[in-house]
Design a protein around this ligand. Sequence first.
Ligand code: ZN
Length: 231
Amino acid sequence: MARIYYLGHASFEVKLEGLDGKEKVVLIDPWISNPLSPTSLEDYLRSRENIDYIIVTHDHGDHLGETIDIAKRTGAKVVTIYDLGLVIEEKGVKNVIGANIGGRIKVEDLYIVLTPAYHSSTHGNPVGVVLRGKDVSIYHAGDTGLFAEMTFIGELYKPDIAMLPIGGHFTMGILEAAKAVELIKSKIVIPMHYNTFPPIKADPQEFKNIVEEKTDTKVVILKPGQEYIYP
Ligand code: ZN
């Protein structure tokens, strides 16, 4: 089972059962002060007992977000691309796990794999991430254009749930993200990275109609503040 809580933009809180049978709390790209956010950083942290991991896909401000502050205050381990990990460590964060694209990261209770992403960044390559606990596999694509190796991500890691950007301009738009679904073949897709700013305006219902007409994947549209429980 997994609980996916959408914080707006590309920010998610994922709760899933780890390999040790205990629930893990993972924040992905925690920009909790984003314009669509349902909560403030203070209210969010007050309402959470612990955060085990923060995964950062790249160093753009709308993805790095409040990672450094949250990591310092909660002791969460930060998993990211090696070069960005060094920068985060320099800012005083302990427990940084710097990794690179393509190899499974050994943490005690979860499998984490950084995947390619077609995008830009200042420190290290931008990435997506596959997260696997005891029984659920989740792929968060980060900021990316469409690329053919998404097929391998689908075949190797068999994601139950994929979070894909649909806003265009900086990432895939609806047309490209719908093609990505054909490659990844996850059971569920959650659209992200749209409607935060005018250049990334997109209609998630249009994306849902296209995907569900062409594939067996179900599109779950989450409003910021909504939670989806899988299965
Ligand atoms: Zn970016």
